[in-house]
Design a protein around this ligand. Structure first.
Ligand code: SF4
Length: 398
């Protein structure tokens, strides 16, 4: 039996609107937005980025998940994995009885027509979708339109015989799904994580090298049977939608130079294609934080979002270039006025830092959050900050 696929919601938007507001809305955030994104209380001033938090793709995915629960109250509803990279939101869905296949209690092989499966905003691989379809599951596809746009470009590269060079994280579900599109359409891919990896690819493109050493370097980041001598002759660039825009542009520039060195400028039209596939929501959040750091007197930055959220990590990287920056996963990362538990930008390490908040005098805190962070967590973070600034020993000295 073919699967039933819902791609445009389940006609229950109004029915779940109240639950969504209750779970994720914040009155204080509404007030701050209407006060020029600024909140002053005692010695504390919070400057909020003008674009932050839930993006259109996440908004839609979470909405569809709630609609799914309502539409199928008596059926088992699964997510293939985290719907988005935010622990609070995933916990809320678990509390609603939605099960995660990634928890390993049930394998995909055992699913059938009676099961309902939600596909996340960053999509799933071609193979997984085909399997779920074959097994006749009811599918709720929340894949974001911006991700579908990347896939369209990658498919076009595959069909025109170009290898997709994807600037992304090879361990991230979105990049795995995007890479699978290349293979699914008869093409090849290579994933590069950063400018360092891109430099190695560029060296091979412009001067050649040892294919075995190249494959050892990129062993888990290339399509099966990848041959660098054959597969780097014609390339097309794509990005994971949440990468750092400036880095994606730099990688594009580097590869273009390498292809020109190897084949000459006249051959570029046939051998090199590039489309910016950073999504507009990611770009808007990166631009907003750059503007915040430029225009406001920010002493320190707090960036809120799951540690495995790519776009949040990139916001933290931008901030850390010019300010002390604390990337917290949840409001309780603000342990006390004396201690903060956070992830160091550009690393995978969670650390606890002391004396992070000036103990007296005016303090200007900049705040932003990743595209998978709901407003209520930002509001709760501000409430903790406010309480810390009122604590004894951290007195208002204005
Ligand atoms: S970050 Fe961009 S691509 Fe990802 S869900 Fe949000 S809008 Fe879509």
């Amino acid at each position: 039996m073919p699967s039933l696929i819902f791609r445009k919601g389940l006609d229950l938007k109004d029915a779940v609107a109240g639950m969504l507001a209750e779970s994720y809305h914040s009155d204080i955030i509404d007030r701050i937005k209407s006060a020029d994104f600024t909140y002053r209380t005692g010695r504390l001033t919070v400057h909020l980025a003008r674009e932050f938090g839930f993006c259109y793709g996440v908004d839609r995915a979470v909405d569809y998940a709630y609609q799914t629960r309502k539409r199928f109250p008596n059926r088992t509803v699964y997510l293939t994995g985290e719907i988005i990279h935010n622990p609070h939101v995933n916990q809320q869905l678990r509390a609603m009885g939605i099960q995660f296949l990634s928890d390993g209690q049930r394998g995909i092989d055992s699913l059938g027509p009676e099961d309902v499966v939600i596909l996340p905003a960053f999509g799933v691989t071609v193979a997984m979708l085909a399997q779920l379809d074959r097994q006749g599951c009811t599918l709720i596809d929340t894949t974001c339109g911006s991700v579908l746009n990347v896939w369209k470009n990658v498919r076009r590269y595959a069909e025109s015989g170009c290898t997709s060079v994807i600037h992304g994280k090879v361990w991230h579900e979105e990049t795995q799904a995007t890479a699978s599109q290349a293979v699914g359409y008869g093409g090849r891919y290579l994933v590069v994580f950063n400018t360092g990896e891109a430099a190695d690819v560029c060296a091979y493109v412009s001067r050649g090298g040892d294919p075995a050493a190249f494959l050892a370097r990129f062993s888990n980041a290339v399509s099966p049977g990848f041959d660098p001598d054959r597969d780097l002759q014609r390339i097309g660039l794509a990005n994971q939608t949440t990468m750092l825009m400036s880095e994606s542009l730099e990688i594009e520039r580097m590869l273009k130079v390498a292809m020109t060195e190897r084949y000459g400028e006249g051959a570029l039209g046939d051998r090199f294609q590039a489309f910016d596939t950073i999504c507009s929501a990611t770009q808007d959040r990166q631009d907003a934080v750059v503007a915040l750091l430029r225009d406001r007197p920010v002493d320190l930055m707090i960036v809120i979002g799951g540690y495995n959220s790519s776009n949040t990590a990139n916001l933290a990287r931008i901030c850390s270039a010019s300010r002390p920056t604390f990337h917290i996963a949840e409001p309780d990362g603000l342990v006390s006025a004396a201690e903060i538990r956070h992830r160091l930008p550009g690393t995978k390490s969670e650390v606890t830092t002391s004396a992070w908040l000036p103990a007296a005098g005016p303090v200007n805190v900049g705040l932003t959050s990743g595209a998978s962070t709901p407003d209520n967590l930002v509001g709760a973070t501000i409430a903790r900050l406010e309480a810390f600034c009122l604590e004894e020993g951290f007195a208002n000295s204005l």
